[in-house]
Design a protein around this ligand. Structure first.
Ligand code: NAG
Ligand code: NAG
Length: 302
């Protein structure tokens, strides 16, 4: 039964104005906090410790010493969280605390596929079913930081390929409105996402994939067989919270980060991965084809 959801086929997704101008890559992450003491600073520090042991209780001095670096470490970590930009978690100290807690349960190895014991529907993955395959991604994997938001911080994606990908997703939704629509991402409440109109696997209201405006990487859900191939060929990695169980409330176990395409041939591979993600969510086969038209500036605000 149609309960009225399919009437909304197109939603314009506005990006914050400050992002539209940005063409270069600017997600800064600080290294671990470190300090260097020169000669006089070292003498002063030792003197301060000796005096404080004389004046205060030695145990109190020890506690002070042990806790001293903590504010800097937390500040550094918090700045890294804020620098990832907007995403699924509010950019507030409370949001930071939530992520700091969840980080304790993060996957230690995001490159190894999940071990699935139960029956999965569809039974076999898209690549096996369509006798298709993926090439190996060239070079080392990019550096990925954060949990929510999770972003790529080096090997910048190509801005033109990002625009082409957005146009391709929007065109697909326009051409096949019964099967697809584009809207704001349900997972991140930010960024353009492709949705299936009749999902067989709900993910987040039928979301197939979403693209990140800041770093041009993507998140999507894949059949475990397809996820394995994508991980092995180096096109992406698992989300740190995609371990199933009680963590399903945050992201599905099949949730993957796909790296930003650096040129046209990588964009074509990314389209093959989105086709597999679409198969997992909608059970349908479709072709995602990038048109060769030039990217117009009008479309960049959509
Ligand atoms: C695309 O980029 C990758 C990585 O930099 C490179 O190995 C590959 O040859 C490029 N392909 C084309 C067609 O330029
Ligand atoms: C999506 O598929 C997975 C794997 O088959 C299953 O565990 C999960 O329950 C499905 N979710 C929904 C909402 O259908």
């Amino acid at each position: 039964m149609d309960i009225g959801h399919s009437t909304i086929t197109q939603v314009m997704v506005e990006e914050p104005a400050e992002y539209q101008k940005e063409s270069s890559f600017s997600l800064i992450q600080h290294d671990l906090f470190e300090i260097t003491l020169n000669g006089p600073a070292l003498v002063l520090t030792i003197l301060a410790i000796i005096i404080s042991i004389q004046i205060l209780q030695p145990s109190f001095t020890c506690t002070l010493l042990a806790l001293a670096p903590l504010p800097w470490i937390i500040h550094n970590d918090y700045q890294n969280f804020i620098n990832l930009g907007p995403g699924g978690t509010p950019s507030t100290f409370l949001g930071y605390l939530k992520i700091a807690f969840l980080r304790m349960f993060a996957l230690s190895d995001p490159y190894t596929p999940a071990i699935i014991s139960e029956k999965i529907y569809p039974i076999i993955g898209y690549y096996q079913k369509s006798h298709s395959w993926l090439p190996e991604r060239a070079g080392p994997r990019p550096k990925i930081a954060g949990i929510a938001p999770q972003r790529q911080i080096d090997q910048a994606g190509c801005p033109e390929m990002y625009q082409k990908l957005r146009q391709t997703l929007e065109r697909l939704a326009l051409q096949q409105p019964d099967s697809f629509r584009t809207a704001m991402s349900c997972f991140e409440k930010k960024g353009l996402a492709l949705f299936a109109q009749k999902p067989i696997n709900e993910t987040c209201r039928g979301e197939i994939c979403h693209v990140h405006h800041s770093d041009r990487s993507m998140h999507m859900n894949l059949h475990p067989d397809d996820a394995k191939i994508v991980l092995e060929k180096g096109w992406g990695e698992r989300h740190p919270l995609a371990r199933g169980g009680w963590m399903k409330q945050y992201v599905p176990r099949e949730f993957l980060m796909i790296y930003a395409p650096r040129n046209r041939s990588e964009l074509d591979v990314v389209c093959r991965i989105i086709e597999a993600a679409g198969f997992w969510v909608s059970g349908e086969h479709f072709k995602l084809k990038v048109e060769n038209e030039p990217t117009s500036s009008k479309n960049t605000t959509l």
